[in-house]
Design a protein around this ligand. Sequence first.
Ligand code: NAP
Length: 259
Amino acid sequence: MKEFILITGATSGIGYEMALQLAAQKYPLILVARRAGKLDQMKQDLSHKYGIDVRYYVKDLSIPHEAIDLFDDIRSDGLLVSHLVNNAGFGTYGSILKTPIEEEMDMINLNISSLYVLTKLFAKDMAARKSGKIMNVASLLSFIPFPYYAVYSATKSFVLAFSETIAAELEGTGVVVTTLCPGTVETPFHTPNMRKTNAMNANKPMPADVVAKAGVELLLHGKGKKIVGFNNWFISNLPRITPDFLMMKIKKNLASLKH
Ligand SMILES: NC(=O)c1ccc[n+]([C@@H]2O[C@H](COP(=O)([O-])OP(=O)(O)OC[C@H]3O[C@@H](n4cnc5c(N)ncnc54)[C@H](OP(=O)(O)O)[C@@H]3O)[C@@H](O)[C@H]2O)c1
């Protein structure tokens, strides 16, 4: 059976750049997102340019069961996933008293539930074959949860905790689980209000292709977790040397809108 790298959230930002870089290395790809037109365009472009097999599935992974449907569809199409990249995700910004409950429930379904389902189902297959790699995309906020990104930060803390613990459980099975932890990245992820925060103004976002390169390296050859960029690594360690009250004060200021 032909082996594929599956990338969720492949139509934009980090996932899109990873797809381009993996295609350039001639890896057959399965792309997943909601925008059928964009997926079809990518299939045409990448298969034409690199002569690789590109498949796609249109799924809204914020809908419970679409992740299970995706797994079933791939299986019934007879495709083998050697590498899984759980990248699709989004965030909301604002006071918990004001952010829309439906949007946050969608976020929890996408960032947590679908990532969990795909990881579990594909990990079982990979373990049975004694070979496979899974990379989950977490965030710098997995280490330093920010006010006004409360639900998003919590989803990314889940991703890190889940990925690191199962990576240890799966040692020796042939299945390697890694976690990519980007800081701020220049992608359409950011809403206009996110772009007005002190944090966005103080810290220049990294280009998506640079983060994708770190992701591709971690996926293909890495172990454990990768915090992308020295500054972000340093920031992720600040809670170890900073009292909680001060850390939260700094984070609240950084996450506030710039005046
Ligand atoms: N940008 C940052 O600063 C940053 C920092 C740390 C971590 N991250 C994480 O990196 C990952 C990628 O983010 P990005 O910055 O590249 O964002 P992005 O440019 O907005 O891309 C998000 C991707 O996810 C897909 N997606 C969104 N909702 C979906 C849904 N319900 N079902 C299926 N696919 C869906 C989108 O495609 P469609 O619209 O076609 O569905 C798109 O391909 C996310 O997990 C994010 O949390 C981002």
